[in-house]
Design a binder for this molecule. Structure first.
Ligand SMILES: [Mn+2]
Length: 423
């Protein structure tokens, strides 16, 4: 009997705060230790290992230190790109780690007569056959799946794993109702295990012809919602899968990796004026047990009077820090006031606010190109904003930086050939 660990969405380097960076690496440490203790034969990561395609070198260095511990135990690491560590042009950190032999990018494909042919990577020790489709930029996922040569993959025998980084239409959680997903019929059948990533919520599913579709969810935490969920008590971790030459031998087991203790405080300011709200928040905050904890503050509702800026959030943070909070995450995107109309467009997080803004205003754009209108147009705008917002890397020359952003933008607009040959 063999075992592998299925991990996803680690999002290394997602945080600038040193405390969270430390917690993030500690959680990777714990994960690596657990994999070694459990005596896994290999590790499979379904994308988003890093939060960005070219992370800070300190993050890369610290990560390699951990990955090497697995390699020293002769535990290979197989990966696909996630939507975060994929770069439309140029070289991603994943490519570098693949070249360096730290991990193996398993997405090997070529285009044959308009079909996308995927190759299997066979794990030497266990003979497990792994095929995977890396994430592309948003909105392109289903195109790749649509032209996938499924028959070729289905015909292969042995113990097969299919790794992917996308949502499945039939399994979409409600909080991601607007996310681009791929219908299950685009997936090849007859695999023993479907190793999912991208969905930041743990789930084990079964669909006709597709037994065991598993999403481990983030190992640590990637977005604001993740950190809020963890603080509320959502368990983080990975899946341990036992198999033999042909099949899975027992139900995949979720292995918890403790990341931090959280405290959660939510306040609905509806019907209160800013001064009442400020007083009440302070009084309640004083009573919270936050020592050694990551504290999540969520404010929502419409103030009946005064401005949202009347509430002194800096003071609130100071109080919590003095009570021993190790990190404070404040979400007040849902807090509005009658007086400030600029706050009209509230949402759960900045991404959602941006998306809503584009959606509201796309109708005003007068163009003939269908790609620039409606749902498609606003998705394109979100994507374009994402690539143009990329910051200049440390040591990157201004000219190189400009070229990179320019080329990424062109590619996002579909002004470049999308299907490059695989290496
Ligand atoms: Mn992710």
């Amino acid at each position: 009997m063999y075992k592998f660990a299925h991990i996803s969405d680690i999002h290394l380097g997602a945080f600038r705060d040193p405390t969270l960076q430390k917690l993030e690496m500690e959680s990777l440490d714990a994960c690596v230790r657990e994999c070694i203790d459990q005596d896994v034969d290999f590790v499979l990561i379904s994308g988003d290992i890093f939060h960005v395609s070219i992370p800070d070198l300190s993050v890369v260095n610290e990560s390699i230190r951990r990955f090497r511990k697995l390699l020293e135990q002769e535990i290979p690491i197989y990966v696909i790109y996630g939507s975060h560590d994929y770069t439309p042009n140029g070289t991603s950190v994943i490519d570098i780690l693949d070249t360096a032999g730290i991990l193996t990018n398993i997405t090997k494909y070529k285009m044959v007569d308009g079909k996308l042919e995927l190759d299997f990577v066979t794990d030497k020790k266990t003979s497990a056959k792994i095929a995977g489709l890396s994430a592309r930029k948003m909105g392109l996922e289903s195109k790749y799946f649509e032209i996938l040569d499924r028959q070729k993959l289905e015909k292969q025998d042995g113990f097969k794993i299919f790794a992917f980084h996308s949502g499945i239409s039939e399994l979409k959680p409600t909080f991601l109702s607007e996310m681009e997903t791929v219908p299950i019929t685009y997936f090849p059948k007859n695999f023993s295990y479907y190793a999912g990533g991208h969905i930041h919520e743990r789930g084990e599913f079964e669909l006709r012809g597709y037994p065991r579709i598993v999403f481990p969810g983030p190992l640590f935490t990637g977005y604001g919602k993740d950190i809020e969920d963890t603080a509320r008590g959502t368990k983080r971790g990975f899946y341990l899968v036992s198999f033999d030459d042909h099949k899975i031998v027992e139900k995949p087991r979720f292995v918890e990796v403790k990341s931090f203790e959280g405290a959660h405080f939510e306040y609905d300011a509806s019907g209160k004026n800013s001064h009442e709200a400020a007083r009440e928040i302070e009084a309640r905050i004083q009573r919270l047990d936050v020592s050694g904890k990551v504290v999540i503050l969520r404010f929502k509702g419409e103030l009946s009077g005064g401005k949202t800026t009347d509430i002194d959030f800096t003071r609130i943070r100071k109080i919590l820090t003095s009570k021993g909070a190790i990190f404070i995450y404040t979400n007040r995107y849902g807090l509005t006031s009658k007086e400030s109309a600029a706050n009209r467009l509230a949402g759960d997080d900045p991404t959602m606010i941006e998306t809503n803004l584009f959606k509201e205003n796309i109708g005003k754009v007068q163009v003939s190109e269908a790609e620039l209108k409606g749902e498609k147009g606003s998705l394109l705008a979100v994507n374009l904003l994402k690539v143009t917002r990329e910051k200049q890397k440390i040591g990157e020359l201004k000219g190189d930086y400009e070229t990179r952003v320019y080329e990424d933008a062109l590619s996002t607009l579909g002004l470049k050939e999308e299907f490059e040959e695989s290496s």
